[in-house]
Write a protein that binds this ligand. Structure first.
Ligand code: MN
Length: 203
């Protein structure tokens, strides 16, 4: 896919997002999950492959419960440097809003093969629409799969946790796992819609 679309969508004189350059990690492949308050609050799930971050927007956020099948819409590749991006995208720009890192770490194929072999397997998995991965994050750990939905438009996938020692059975809500100093939480609490309760004094 490359970074042409990424660069085309953005005005780098206005946004502080990194410009699109292909670049690779030195040892382990990296992943990042960003929480993004744009017109809709969602999560962006990104996996390094071939010098870019393959990217999916996950409206409900990832889950550690294997029963959850989280819709993941594939979006344009993002540059490797995006793994560190946090900040505010000014109004009027693509993806305007706030981005904060929710989880990051390294990842591999499920067998945790050496880098070259892992990348080969990952390319095949991604292409086949049955993309099995192993995450080494702080919140997200163990095996996951991204499954491409057939018969839907080309961009729809499901993100599912595989049953392993890291999987949980209780309800999992990524919104309960946000960091204490979250700029998005701050924004949300300051911009609560006024409650629709009737004011009894005026009646
Ligand atoms: Mn996003």
């Amino acid at each position: 896919m490359g970074l042409t679309l990424y660069n085309k969508k953005r005005n780098f004189e206005e946004t502080t997002e990194p410009t699109g350059k292909v670049k690779k990690s030195v040892s382990k492949l990296v992943f990042v999950v960003q929480r993004h308050k744009a017109s809709q609050l969602h999560y962006d799930f990104r996996l390094e492959l071939d010098g870019v971050l393959k990217s999916w927007a996950v409206p409900k956020g990832p889950s550690m419960n294997p029963k959850d099948k989280r819709l993941a819409m594939m979006v344009e590749d993002h540059p490797y440097d995006y793994k560190d991006f946090e900040g505010t995208i000014p109004e009027g720009n693509y993806g305007a809003g706030i981005i904060e890192i929710w989880d990051k770490g390294t990842y591999s194929d499920v067998e945790n093969s050496p880098r070259d072999e892992a990348e080969k397997k990952l390319r095949v998995g991604l292409k086949s629409g049955d993309f099995k991965i192993r995450l080494f994050g702080k919140k997200l750990q163990g095996e996951f799969v991204l499954v491409k939905l057939k018969g839907k438009d080309d961009n729809s996938w499901l993100l599912i946790k595989h049953r392993d020692e890291y999987a949980v059975d209780e309800e999992y809500n990524s919104e309960e796992q946000t960091k204490e100093d979250s700029p998005i939480n701050k924004w949300l609490s300051e911009n609560k819609k006024p409650s629709k309760k009737k004011n009894s004094q005026n009646q």
